[in-house]
Design a protein around this ligand. Structure first.
Ligand code: TMP
Length: 214
């Protein structure tokens, strides 16, 4: 049986990932592809519990950057072992809201953790299980934060500074530039409908190529 394909959506705060995940899901459904949707940090019961630790606001004890990085990978290990790999092996596609590219952008770009350390953790935790396709929803930081602010209370990471999110955006764009075969960058400052149309254009040849290879 052909292995499933692994698709991720990435982007800064307020980029519209959750909405556009539904667009990708609709494309896969229309194509008759079996798939699951999931997210990081999270995706299994234990990984969702780790997400709770990661996103709850700092009170008396701020979270160290090292703790944050290790918890991201702890959640990922659980998710890859118990959800992502079993699905891909069974021929089910995985559509995931964020993955290790987010760690390189947030903990690498945002927090300044060395990329070599992140890459070593990635190699340990998920080996060569990398997405086949990653869509980066890109938009100016201020616009994204404005949109995110309308959603209500901010989690621990959303409380970061504008500079932090500028570094996250730059790190994402650098990664996309360094891996053009895997990444597609979509201008997410446009209307929901225009972004959805771009996603459909990206998915069409990807689905065709998958059919040809299987
Ligand atoms: P979400 O807003 O997409 O649900 O993601 C939750 C937060 O976690 C978001 O602020 C980005 C952050 N994050 C990281 O900092 N590193 C990671 O590896 C992942 C997956 C998410």
């Amino acid at each position: 049986m052909a292995r499933g394909r692994f698709i991720t959506l990435e982007g800064g705060e307020g980029a519209g990932k959750s909405t556009q995940l539904q667009t990708v899901a609709a494309c896969l459904r229309e194509a008759g592809v079996p798939f699951i949707t999931t997210r990081e940090p999270g995706g299994t019961a234990r990984a969702e519990a780790i997400r709770g630790l990661l996103l709850s606001a700092d009170e008396a004890e701020p979270m160290a950057a090292e703790t944050e990085l290790l918890l991201m990978f702890a959640a990922r290990a659980q998710h890859v072992r118990h959800r992502i790999e079993p699905a891909l092996e069974a021929g089910t596609w995985v559509l995931c809201d964020r993955f290790t590219d987010a760690t390189r952008a947030y903990q690498g770009g945002g927090r300044g953790m060395p990329l070599a350390r992140i890459d070593a953790l990635a190699a340990w935790v998920h080996g060569d299980c990398w997405p086949d396709l990653t869509v980066l929803l890109d938009l100016p930081v201020a616009e994204g934060l404005d949109r995110a602010a309308k959603r209500g209370a901010k989690d621990r990471i959303e409380q970061e500074t504008l500079d932090f999110f500028e570094r996250v955006r730059m790190a994402y764009l650098e990664q996309a530039g360094a891996s053009p075969d895997r990444f597609r960058v979509v201008d997410a400052s446009r209307s929901e409908a225009a972004v959805a149309a771009s996603l459909r254009e990206i998915l069409r040849p990807f689905l065709q190529a998958a059919r040809t290879h299987d």
